[in-house]
Design a protein around this ligand. Sequence first.
Ligand SMILES: [Zn+2]
Ligand SMILES: [Zn+2]
Length: 368
Amino acid sequence: MSAKPDYYDVLGVERTASKDDIRKAYRGLARRYHPDVSREPDAEAKFRQINEAYEVLRDPDKRGQYDRFGHAGPGAPFGAGFDDFGGIGDVFDAFFGGGRRARPGGVQPGADVRVRAELDFLDSIFGVETSVVYKRLEPCGTCGGNGAAPGTRPTTCPACRGAGQVQRAQRSIFGQFVNVTLCDTCGGRGQTIQDKCAACTSIGLERVDVERRIKIPAGIPADTELRLTGEGDHGPRGGAPGDLYIGVDVTPHPVLERKGDDIASTVVVNVAEAALGAEVEIETVDGPSTVKIAAGTQAGAAVRLRGKGAPRLRGSGRGDHLLHVHVATPSKLSRAQRRLLEELRETLPAGGDRDGRSFVDKVRAAFR
Ligand SMILES: [Zn+2]
Ligand SMILES: [Zn+2]
């Protein structure tokens, strides 16, 4: 049903043409029909055809598939041209709804593996070298991955002669087309195994425990995923391994909280300390530190300790430590304390000063 001209005809070569003959024919035609220089009326279409034919015939694998199946082969019922897919395997995705099937002619890559790693809070700030232990599929150690018992080898499937698929001509209202199905005998592998490897039941893979060292970069946020390329499951029969994804969990710190590149914590001072100023001992990622609380500090104010935050994952330098000041109102008063506060109440303006309040509101809004 394909109206496509034969690739050999397009290039004007015999079916037995050598690689050299094909290249020479292609060069001559490409020069003649190049759309930039050609005066031929249908140069562009012709040029595309020539390139398409050359793409297939220059590649021994594609040429072999084309010789075996022609245009009417794998893609024909869906109108897909030979040039529309990278290999015969891709066609099976179209035939069988794109499921993960054994891909004849190609090998299936391995799956990605996901693990989680728990990190100490300070290790997430400054980085650490650690290791992850996980299971992954590797080529079977007994058979070397080919699935055949030691001392034997897989043999070419007699039913499909190694192609992994069988074709049947079918008639439909659109005309005749070739229906291609996965080979039943070998399940699409193109090979059959007489004596199965007992260790892997001929799958060619075994699940093994592996350990990988990983370097956690300084400043990594929680819930980051690190990827180790090629450290996932191997695919059957030499399929390239997938990747390993390491999800990083960070154990919360009792008093420090991460806010992007900044670290936040809270300090509690009493009304006298807030009014008169104080020196307080606080925890930072660098260890204990003494901080001055200025006289007249409002409740909800924050002290910014520059460069005491987390190292920036991208860029240089570190974030800040934001120390939020909580002013505790005394609730249990001795007789003497009560008298002093009552004296204060007589001398202070009622309700505090307005400017002070709006400042607090501003600070609160800034850190919400
Ligand atoms: Zn095995
Ligand atoms: Zn077969």
